[in-house]
Ligand binder design. Structure first.
Ligand code: BES
Ligand code: ZN
Length: 489
């Protein structure tokens, strides 16, 4: 078995046949799942290497089905890997916990009420519903079916037409061709006006699957809902003429259902090219309202920092009707969607999900995953609002402004020590009209109006951490001078 399949796999991969449908393939998975499968189906899996709790394996499609049916509570539970080497090295270099962009953390403030609040009112539930039905009507979007590829080609056109209808010349849409699937991913790019090299990404998967045969895989919730959600958030951004400082990319991934194939290739390429991705949000299943809370943030294979930032977005923008959104947390137990591809490359990713795990739509991966099951996209609308908040707030980049002001005005003196904020703008000849102190999450901890050019102000009790003091000035353009301050007790 061992040598036969190794030989066969080498042969097949070298001629680039869609290995996953008929032939053994390389993958990584939780070690306990691999061991259970060895017991259950010794002829369908070979463990090549293990590292901590992970295993690199060679397995047959039959093995993957057994894994799905007998061992897991859901899904295949493995990540497809291109080669034996990739499988083995990927478990030996577990995802880094820190973001590639260390500066990103300092950008996680909430300041864009003026832009976000009107955007929320523009998000239309009907648009989301219409788009889900449109996608469901392909019959199947399975990655190797012609209609799967057609869905990608059509989505590119739909996004292009949407951007054009709002007169956007800063938007482009491309098909991203893959190595391990014939289906392309679709990527919409809004080029950042000030920091085009810093990326904010949101995505969902366009492909669908069904364990009753892949000719009938409507995939309304999984994941037409995510595609419709991010599309409507993007449309609302266009409607308010939002121009991001950073580059925004909206991604419809191919071939997620066979092991995160599309997102894995994209995230690997971005990492190989050292692309500075500030944050990634994943929308996979937003339609079904199965828990008492609206959003369940998946806390494994995601960034805790980004997840808690998204929670603060909901705390800030969604505490009351008509935009109320409640949330809780849950786990998938393994990299169950495309966020894991980004996490695996060391980027910060978050995954707001439709329900607590186990209370989610039980009709996914079947012919019953249709829109008529819920017949309303009100639940998905909440996710579209969160998506718009994420894109607007993360794409703003107020961090550079802070850095510049720290450097360009040595004559300005600002410190915080022993509970006293001291400042002096006299040498800089700047008149100050107000002071705001925010913590790193964007929460306002102090506001002072009626201030002078120079003062010492007692702050409320501050816990250890980074704060941002913003001084509004009486300039011609009434600009703000901000400084990061570290409080260490
Ligand atoms: N939408 C699901 C992920 C999901 C399903 C999350 C149920 C939470 C509850 C996704 O499309 C999927 O099916 N993922 C696979 C794993 C993937 C690596 C192929 C899964 O979870 O089984
Ligand atoms: Zn799925």
């Amino acid at each position: 078995m061992k040598y036969f399949y190794t030989l066969l796999a080498c042969l097949l991969f070298s001629v680039n046949i869609w290995a996953q449908d008929q032939h053994p393939f390389y993958a990584t998975m939780a070690l306990h799942h691999a061991e259970a499968l060895v017991k259950d189906a010794p002829n369908d899996i070979e463990i090549l290497s293990t590292y901590r709790n992970e295993a690199a394996v060679l397995m047959t499609p039959t093995g993957s089905h057994k894994l799905h049916d007998r061992i897991l509570t859901h899904g295949p539970g493995y990540i497809f890997r291109n080669s034996k080497e990739e499988a083995i090295t990927s478990i030996q270099n577990p995802p880094t916990k820190t973001a590639r962009n260390a500066r990103a953390a300092l950008d996680f403030t909430i300041t864009e009420d003026v832009t976000v609040i009107p955007t929320l009112a523009l998000i239309q539930t009907q648009n989301i519903a219409d788009h889900i039905i449109e996608l469901e009507n392909y019959g199947t979007r399975y990655h190797n079916r012609a209609s799967g590829t057609q869905a990608a080609i059509d989505l590119k056109e739909k996004w292009e037409a949407m951007a054009a209808s709002y007169g956007r010349t800063d938007v482009s849409v491309r098909l991203y061709e893959h190595t391990n699937t014939e289906m392309p991913s679709v990527i919409l790019t809004i080029t950042g006006a000030e920091f085009p090299d810093e990326y904010v990404i949101t995505g969902g998967h366009l492909d669908s699957t069904s364990n009753q045969g892949n000719n009938n895989a409507p995939g309304a919730d999984d994941d037409a809902s995510g595609i419709a959600t991010i599309t409507e958030a993007t449309r609302a951004l266009f409607e308010i003429d939002f121009v991001p400082k950073r580059t925004i990319e909206v991604m419809a991934y191919a071939a997620e259902e066979i092991g995160l194939v599309g997102s894995n290739e994209i995230a690997s390429e971005y990492a190989a090219n050292n692309i500075n991705v500030v944050a990634v949000s994943q929308f996979d299943m937003t339609l079904f309202n199965g828990s008492s809370n609206d959003v369940s943030f998946i806390t494994d294979f995601t960034s805790g920092e980004l997840t808690s930032y998204m929670m603060s977005l909901l705390d800030h923008y969604n505490t009351s009707e008509p935009h109320q959104v409640t949330y809780s947390t849950s786990v998938c137990n393994y990299g169950c969607s495309d966020h894991a591809s980004w996490t695996g490359q060391g980027y910060m990713a978050a995954f707001p999900f439709e329900a607590n795990f186990g209370q989610h739509n039980s009709n996914i991966h079947s012919t019953g995953d249709v829109f008529s099951l819920t017949n309303t996209a009100t639940h998905a609308t909440k996710f579209a609002k969160l998506c718009a908040e994420f894109l607007i707030e993360v794409a703003k980049n107020d961090n550079t402004a802070l850095a510049v002001n720290d450097v360009i005005a040595p004559s300005i003196f600002i410190t915080i020590q022993d509970g006293v904020l001291s400042y002096d703008f006299t040498a800089a000849q700047k008149e100050i009209t107000g002071i705001h102190l925010h913590d790193i999450r964007g929460k306002e901890v102090m506001v002072v109006t009626n201030v002078s050019e120079r003062d010492q102000i007692t702050t409320p009790v501050l816990s250890t951490g980074v704060y941002i003091a913003s001084f509004t000035t009486e300039d011609t353009n009434s600009s703000t001078i901000a400084k990061k301050l570290i409080v260490s007790n």
